[in-house]
Design a protein around this ligand. Structure first.
Ligand code: NIG
Ligand code: FE
Length: 428
């Protein structure tokens, strides 16, 4: 029997993973992608109700009855992109540091001298709630305009109770008000604030005993993160905070093995983390352990690019070891000021040698797994949310290939057109 769709889209190519909602794609499967030429997708009540060749979908959901029809001949339809690692809420900006780094001063050196993350901490503490809200909203607008329909957003530029709470409230309000869906992560241990100079253990105690319980009480974040890095927080401090987070019901995802091989990947496996992120310096043992425990490796190639490193996460080795790989922007004011997941895909291909198919799965289905949301989003399959992007591209390989312009022509959230050619529609 024919049914009425709220939205019917016809596209030159419909491109998605298929059947990977239970388990993230890993190994050779990471390149599995289904391409339906002259395909169609029907959405009803915000959910995908049909996907397949035009004729098949049209029989069940006839064009004449659909509330809205979009024809995109010669264009490519993919799932809405998912960004599982961002620091979108912050005060100020760091273009002075950008110039300093170009002149040769290293990122961690700048932080040690009280700049870098701590600059942003000062600015974020000083920025009133409303201003922070509007600044963050603008960032989300730009992400959405480039095809990102869901993002994880971290706190971590407060490093004190009030500012961390302020950031998490901003994330919560934006999750309600913005077209994008947001996942909040508490990153209270992002750096050591000046008040705790030389006392990192006291700071971890403060975060674990005073701040984390308040975050849990207010249901302000689902996940807990820490910057586990030499000179920031060591493995023992990370273990202590993350264990407490587990006790309080948080899921774990954290900055691991970015600059120095500390054993962050091993710790992620030990704690049953959902994801370990960055991993430029991951050890072989770390890969093995993550593979055994099913921890997703969320790789962020735009960060070493911005930090002018000639080194990227060993993605091919990570994939060969059986670890599922997702990609994220790491959007933040210091080490990675980009909103663009298509650019991340380009860098993943050119610098980490991912295939275009692996890169697409990295920002869709595996990114959904990285956030524990693969049952709802990340692929174009019946029953999933109608989060979709029509790209001004003849096929999916064109996306990472043709970088530097916004190819996202129509962005759709729960079956509703929310952005066209980078411009947002009014009102949620
Ligand atoms: O993922 N590594 C720590 N945190 C961010 C950088 C934040 C900043 O520089 O403001 C990152 O790169
Ligand atoms: Fe980060």
């Amino acid at each position: 029997m024919a049914e009425r769709a709220d939205l019917l889209i016809f596209a030159g190519k419909v491109v998605t993973s298929n059947g990977a909602s239970e388990k993230p794609l890993s190994g050779e499967k990471l390149s599995q992608i289904e391409v339906i030429s002259e395909g169609a997708v029907a959405v009803k009540d915000g959910k995908i109700v049909a996907v397949g060749p035009e004729k098949e979908v049209g029989e069940k959901f006839p064009q004449e009855q659909a509330r809205r029809v979009i024809e995109a001949p010669g264009k490519t339809l993919t799932p809405g992109l998912i960004d599982p690692h961002t620091h979108t809420v912050f005060g100020g900006s760091r273009e002075e540091e950008f110039a300093l780094r170009i002149s040769g001063v290293p990122y961690l050196e700048i932080l040690k001298k009280g700049g870098g993350i701590l600059d942003t901490v000062r600015a974020t503490r000083e920025t009133p709630y409303e201003a922070l809200l509007e600044k963050s909203r603008k960032h989300l607008d730009r992400m959405l305009g480039q095809g990102t329909t869901t993002a994880e957003v971290k706190s971590g530029y407060g490093l004190d109770l009030d500012t961390e709470m302020k950031m998490l409230q901003v994330i919560k309000q934006l999750d309600r008000e913005h077209f994008m869906d947001l996942e909040a992560t508490f990153l209270g241990a992002h750096a050591l604030p000046p008040e705790y100079r030389e006392r990192p253990d006291d700071f971890i105690d403060f975060m674990a005993e005073e701040v984390l319980p308040r975050v849990a009480e207010g249901k302000l974040a689902k996940n807990c993160d820490i910057f586990c890095e030499e000179g920031i927080f060591d493995i023992e401090q990370s273990r202590r905070l993350l264990r407490k987070a587990l006790e309080l019901g948080f899921e774990i995802r954290f900055h691991a093995d970015e600059m120095v091989s500390l054993g962050g990947a091993e710790l992620a496996a030990e704690l049953g983390a959902r994801s370990a992120d960055h991993l430029l310096k991951i050890s072989k043992e770390g890969m093995q352990a993550m593979s055994e425990k099913g921890v997703v490796a969320t790789l962020l190639p735009a960060t070493p690019f911005t930090l002018m490193k000639n080194e990227y996460a060993p993605a091919r080795e990570i994939i060969d070891s059986g670890v599922a790989v997702a990609l994220a922007s790491d959007f933040n004011p210091g080490s990675c000021p980009t909103h663009s997941l298509p650019l991340v895909m380009t860098l993943a291909c050119l610098q980490m040698k991912l295939t275009p198919e692996e890169a697409l799965n990295g920002v869709t289905i595996n990114a959904a797994h990285s956030l524990g949301r693969a049952q709802e989003i990340g692929s174009i399959e019946v029953g999933k949310q109608g989060d979709l992007v029509i790209w001004d591209a003849p096929n999916h390989r064109f996306l990472p290939y043709h970088y530097g312009s916004n190819l996202a022509e129509t962005v759709i959230k729960r079956g509703r057109v929310v952005a066209e050619s980078g411009r947002l529609k009014e009102g949620k």
